[in-house]
Design a protein around this ligand. Structure first.
Ligand code: AMP
Ligand code: ZN
Length: 146
């Protein structure tokens, strides 16, 4: 938020919230909004965002984060009920290496259907390895270092 408590004008999502850019909203309350992604990876691909401008996972408030996830759950249920979704991926990117392109915190809710042709799991397994307990214990120690 800027000093006046409004939305930054250079943020596309804030502009959408202010009605300066169009979007197709599925949901809106005082804290959180959900609208359809302009470049859907799957039919129904939805973004859920806090109405206040937070950059990423590091600064989003606990209250907004909780509310975003609650609405992501509601949107997921609608996708299953009304769009034929058989599964859901909830994705988020913080930072450019993770794929973040819009620096207003958001989660992607992706409706998944059998045979929808994105082999996320086989890619995951082809890129990962079975870690040893020692490796995991060392990493936990590193992560929790004071
Ligand atoms: P990310 O790469 O995680 O930052 O995701 C940003 C997402 O915002 C992408 O999936 C874009 O397609 C989507 N997006 C960008 N501009 C708009 C817009 N004007 N309306 C709806 N979705 C948008
Ligand atoms: Zn913003």
């Amino acid at each position: 938020m800027n000093d006046l408590g409004g939305h930054p004008d250079n943020c596309i999502f804030c502009r959408i919230l202010d009605g300066k850019e169009e979007a197709t909203f599925l949901y809106r309350n005082s804290r959180v909004s959900a609208f359809l992604d302009i470049h859907p990876l799957f039919e129904g691909h939805t973004l859920v965002i806090p109405n206040d401008h937070y950059v990423d996972i590091s600064d989003v408030s606990e209250e907004s984060l909780g509310e975003v996830m609650k609405v992501a759950q509601e949107v997921s249920n609608l996708m299953r009920k009304n769009l034929g979704a058989e599964g859901i991926n909830i994705m988020h990117a913080t930072g450019r290496p993770a794929g973040q392109t819009i620096y207003h915190f958001h989660v992607h809710v992706l409706p998944r259907r059998t045979g929808d042709d994105v082999e996320f799991q086989s890619w995951w397994f082809s890129r990962s390895h079975k870690a040893s307990r020692e490796e995991l214990e060392n990493l936990a120690g590193k992560l929790l270092r004071k």
